[in-house]
Design a protein around this ligand. Structure first.
Ligand SMILES: *[C@@H]1O[C@H](CO)[C@@H](O)[C@H](O)[C@H]1NC(C)=O
Ligand SMILES: *[C@@H]1O[C@H](CO)[C@@H](O)[C@H](O)[C@H]1NC(C)=O
Ligand SMILES: *[C@@H]1O[C@H](CO)[C@@H](O)[C@H](O)[C@H]1NC(C)=O
Ligand SMILES: *[C@@H]1O[C@H](CO)[C@@H](O)[C@H](O)[C@H]1NC(C)=O
Length: 552
């Protein structure tokens, strides 16, 4: 374990500032967060370990989880690591957080649920631009919604992975003829109808001894199936072929639309002859295989699965396949600036807007952006570097880019303490500033509010002081870059600093429920009278028995 500290030392020698030093030795905690006044959850704070203006300016999508993360779930950051959105409506961890297009509209998509460190039990979510859940998908048949993949195709379908417990002959591994395995399943599901379009099982082609995973004492019963394949990604090309990554076979398998295996890259049944200096088919325990035009595949090559180490460092790998002559060659290697082996998880993305490469280090709470030629541009940590090895903070994958406009359906969050205003609007991507507005009445019409003070948005939560001489009531409007009002906070009484009851919704979302408030007040008053009466009676009966009230 101490070795891990020494492994982190090269990293600490690269620390550029004192802030970065204290961040990475864990001075601010293993998962540093910032306390917010207007919002119930602390927001993650990153360390920009390395920065380059050539980095993509799009949003970053991740799902922090692990034992040091108090509120796991989907998160959006801006390119500089400021929090844009925290998915508070999901109590559980999220994986594969990203923006995907479905029927011409962008959705924020992810898996959320529980896991047993082999596979997940959960569902696949699609949120629309107001962060409302538009679709929840589950697999077809008797398998759990697994955490490893949720990819929307151009055919309006979803690709997902599944783990199915079944019997298998394990004699080639020196075990029982009647053993048990986790078979790997991939499914393509029609999003609108939930119908199964395509399904493929690893056992239809691969034998259990194709695996590199040691069987140990697993496989003897239904309750401890041997996970021989460990599916962790599925992609599909425009011709309708599927690309399936098996972590334990060290393979990417191409399957055509009738379920036949077309080729295998890597592992014991590699179809290719390596023709570049560096072997293109030599990757191990990998994640996130992606197809690209001109027969290019990219993988995140872990080089390690927990205690099984076969690579020097985890890295990104881009491979070109010649499908006529069945040769493979390395196009580019994306070296690891942490000099660490990530024992699980991870992702490699070609950022659509820039062609830069983004690697999420999985078990290691960091992501790195590269120029296409492999130069490290940006390196961002969201956990302390000295503890990278332990996996107490991690994100299964990290993505960047993709247009995303968030317009929450709830009003901005605000806290007023003495003369200080704390304001934020979780997920509102268009806000550039806040306008303090005053009026003489609590329920004044929009035109009766007077603009008093403009404050530019400053990170997730903006803090400012109220001016001394304020009109009786105030509220704060969220403004976009064109000065349009996107929404308003509650109205506050400036003498007491308390919110006037009732919420004023953004334009177009007002609902007038005139009866609701008086009714609520009447109910509350009624309840209070009953409670006081019962307490009074209770105290009377106690005092008559014990004379407690007679203390004179
Ligand atoms: C998002 O979905 C919710 C719930 O279905 C719906 O009320 C809302 O109008 C949708 N928002 C947008 C921008 O489509
Ligand atoms: C797997 O076992 C079968 C016999 O059960 C054998 O023919 C085959 O060569 C083995 N494959 C590997 C990769 O060891
Ligand atoms: C899939 O591959 C098999 C075997 O090569 C072939 O017979 C079949 O026609 C292919 N299916 C499609 C849709 O190309
Ligand atoms: C395949 O190899 C042959 C013979 O070496 C060569 O002529 C041909 O151009 C190659 N095809 C491709 C697509 O590289």
């Amino acid at each position: 374990m101490l070795l891990a500290y020494f492994a982190s030392l090269p990293l600490l020698t690269r620390v550029g500032s004192w802030y970065s030093f204290w961040y990475n030795v864990g001075f601010f905690g293993l998962f540093p967060t910032q306390d917010l006044n207007s919002f119930e959850i602390d927001s993650p704070v990153v360390d920009i370990f390395q920065w380059d203006p050539r980095c993509d300016y799009g949003y970053v999508f991740l799902g922090p989880r692990g034992s040091s993360v108090t509120n796991p779930g989907p998160v959006i950051l801006d390119a500089r690591g400021n929090v844009v959105w925290i998915g508070t409506q999901f109590d559980l961890q999220a994986t594969d957080v990203k923006v995907q297009r479905y029927r011409g509209q962008d959705y924020l998509t992810f898996w959320s649920g529980r896991d047993d460190s082999i596979h997940g039990y959960g569902s696949y979510y699609m949120l629309n631009s107001s962060y409302d859940t538009s679709y929840v998908l589950t697999p077809v048949g008797d398998i759990d919604g697994d955490l490893h993949e949720f990819r929307i195709t151009e055919d309006a379908t979803a690709l997902i992975t599944g783990y199915e417990i079944t019997t298998a002959d394990l004699s080639s591994l020196g075990k029982s003829h009647k053993g048990w395995i986790y078979d790997a399943v991939i499914q393509e599901i029609d999003i609108e109808t939930g119908h199964l379009i395509f399904q493929w099982r690893a056992s239809s082609f691969y034998a259990v001894n194709d695996t590199f995973a040691p069987i140990g004492d697993r496989g003897s019963g239904k309750d401890n199936p041997f996970d021989y394949f460990h599916v962790n990604s599925v992609d599909k090309d425009p011709q309708g072929n599927y690309y399936v990554s098996s972590r334990y076979l060290h393979t990417v398998t191409c399957i055509n639309s009738t379920g036949e295996v077309i080729f295998v890259l890597g592992g014991k049944r590699n179809s290719f002859t390596d023709v570049s200096g560096e072997p293109a088919s030599y990757f191990s325990w990998q994640h996130d295989a992606n197809w690209h035009p001109n027969s290019v595949l990219t993988v995140f090559d872990n080089g390690r699965a927990d205690s099984h180490v076969s690579g020097d460092y985890s890295r990104g790998l881009s491979v070109s396949l010649n499908l006529q002559n069945m040769t493979s060659s390395v196009l580019q290697v994306y070296e690891n600036p942490h000099y660490l082996l990530s024992p699980s998880q991870g992702s490699m993305q070609v950022i659509p807007e820039t062609g830069n490469i983004l690697i999420g280090w999985g078990h290691i709470p960091a992501y790195t952006e590269y120029a296409p030629d492999g130069e490290v541009l940006c390196d961002i940590h969201f956990g302390a570097g000295l503890f990278f090895e332990w996996g107490w903070v991690k994100s299964y994958r990290v993505f960047k880019g993709g247009a995303w406009t968030g317009r929450p359906s709830v009003p901005p969050d605000i806290d007023v303490y003495e003369n200080t205003v704390y304001i934020s609007w979780n997920g509102a991507t268009e806000v550039t500033g806040w306008m303090l507005e005053c009026s003489s009445y609590p329920h004044a019409a929009d035109e009766e509010f007077e603009s008093i003070l403009f404050v530019s948005k400053d990170g997730f939560e903006t803090v400012f002081e109220l001016p001394d001489e304020l009109d009786s009531y105030f509220r704060i409007a969220a403004l976009d870059s064109g000065g349009q009002r996107l929404g308003y906070t509650k109205v506050f009484d400036s003498s007491s600093g308390q919110a006037v009851s009732g919420i004023i919704l953004p334009p177009g979302l007002e609902e007038t429920v005139p009866l609701q408030e008086p009714l609520l007040a009447a109910c509350a008053l009624g309840t209070a009278i009953v409670v006081i009466w019962r307490c009074y009676r209770k105290l009377q009966s106690i005092s008559s028995r014990w004379n407690l009230l007679d203390i004179s």
